[in-house]
Design a protein around this ligand. Structure first.
Ligand code: FAD
Length: 319
């Protein structure tokens, strides 16, 4: 089985979710006598490739060239589908970030084949590829057996594991993909802020925080835990937090190792974006709040008392 993996990077740094995707690909390849080919495209790709030589790929294809300068995803999708075709790939993987999902869909569309987006597991059974993805806002899981190839799949961040293997070889090629759009400016919105979909720990706040200034409580706890801060739609609609912080059906889908929901009732639309988190801690003063139905651990109490005490305890343990 030949597996092509799209490597996503920004400012010269490969995203953790891409390293997990490489890890998942390598484990699958080892169970199916396969080969993993990483694809690193765009400005600085050559240098970036040297930072991931041992991350699970057997080979890394680097594609750089003037045609990719300030290019839109369509040009990168062309690069990916060209590699998939020239390598006769059985499977093409990207991490299910916003740009990973867009790219994998464009690349599959270009080859007239279909996509499974945001999968949480991928395996090989009786020589067939099996994928599993949540549907109906997480209420059910869809298991699919692939009967065509190449299969284009995006994998939900925090579902794979990073691996370390012998160093990959690097093959440099000239990029040829062209874009119908060119970027004219790049404005970074949240410099230095932890990206929600990449974070291993997320602390999200809801209307129970009463007013926007009280998010400082969560920011402070987040510093101790090296966590990202998310929000429910109620507080985003109220203008307390930006939409980029919203978790849920109309916000981001996250699956961190630890999700702490603070003053969030647990409406179905919120659960849709976070119920696949590994461990969920809910802090709510209403013992009947629906969030407790998905929580691994629940604290029934006033967040204004619980959060400062939790921070104090964690500081004494962690620092
Ligand atoms: C089409 C559609 C899409 C939607 N998409 C999303 C989405 O993507 N994400 C999302 O989050 N919502 C979404 N919603 C909104 C969703 O239905 C809820 O209205 C919203 O999630 C509620 O936010 P909340 O839990 O912060 O507020 P509330 O439901 O008001 O809950 C506040 C909670 O705080 C608790 N609380 C209050 N004071 C304290 C205290 N001192 N200590 C501890 N706990 C306290 C209360 O007991 C309560 O449970 C969507 C709705 C629709 C119709």
């Amino acid at each position: 089985m030949k597996i092509v993996v799209w490597i996503e990077f920004t400012s010269g740094k490969v995203k953790a979710s891409s390293l997990e995707t490489l890890g998942s690909a390598r484990l699958l390849a080892e169970s199916a006598s396969g080969e993993v080919i990483g694809v690193c495209c765009g400005e600085g790709a050559g240098e970036v490739s040297t930072t991931i030589l041992s991350a699970g790929a057997h080979r890394i294809i680097v594609r750089e060239g003037d045609s990719l300068a300030n290019a839109h995803s369509d040009a990168f999708a062309t690069e990916l589908s060209q590699v998939a075709t020239s390598e006769s790939a059985d499977l093409v993987l990207a991490s299910a970030t916003s740009s990973g999902k867009e790219l994998i869909a464009l690349a599959a569309g270009g080859l007239g084949t279909c996509v499974a987006s945001d999968c949480i597991s991928i395996s090989c059974e009786d020589d067939s590829l099996i994928t599993e993805r949540p549907i109906y806002a997480g209420k059910a899981h869809h298991r699919q057996k692939w009967i065509t190839s190449p299969a284009f799949i995006s994998l939900r961040p925090n579902y794979g594991e990073q691996v370390e293997r012998d160093a990959a070889t690097v093959d440099s090629q000239e990029a040829t993909g062209k874009s119908v759009l060119k970027r004219t400016a790049f404005v970074e919105g949240s410099r230095g802020k932890k990206e929600l979909t990449e974070a291993e720990i997320i602390i999200s706040g809801g209307r129970g925080l009463k007013e926007p200034q009280n998010f400082a409580l969560l920011e402070s706890l987040a510093d101790v835990l090296d966590a990202a801060v998310g929000a429910s739609r109620a507080v985003v609609d109220a203008g307390w937090r930006p939409h980029s912080d919203q978790v849920g059906q109309t916000g981001k889908t996250v699956s961190p190792k630890l999700y702490i929901a603070v003053g969030i009732s647990g409406a179905i639309q919120h659960l849709a974006g976070m119920s696949s988190s590994r461990t969920i801690v809910a802090i709510n003063k209403d013992a009947g709040a629906p969030i407790f139905s998905v929580a691994t651990y629940g604290v029934v109490g006033d967040l204004f008392e619980v959060i400062p005490r939790l921070e104090e305890e964690l500081k004494s343990v962690l620092q």
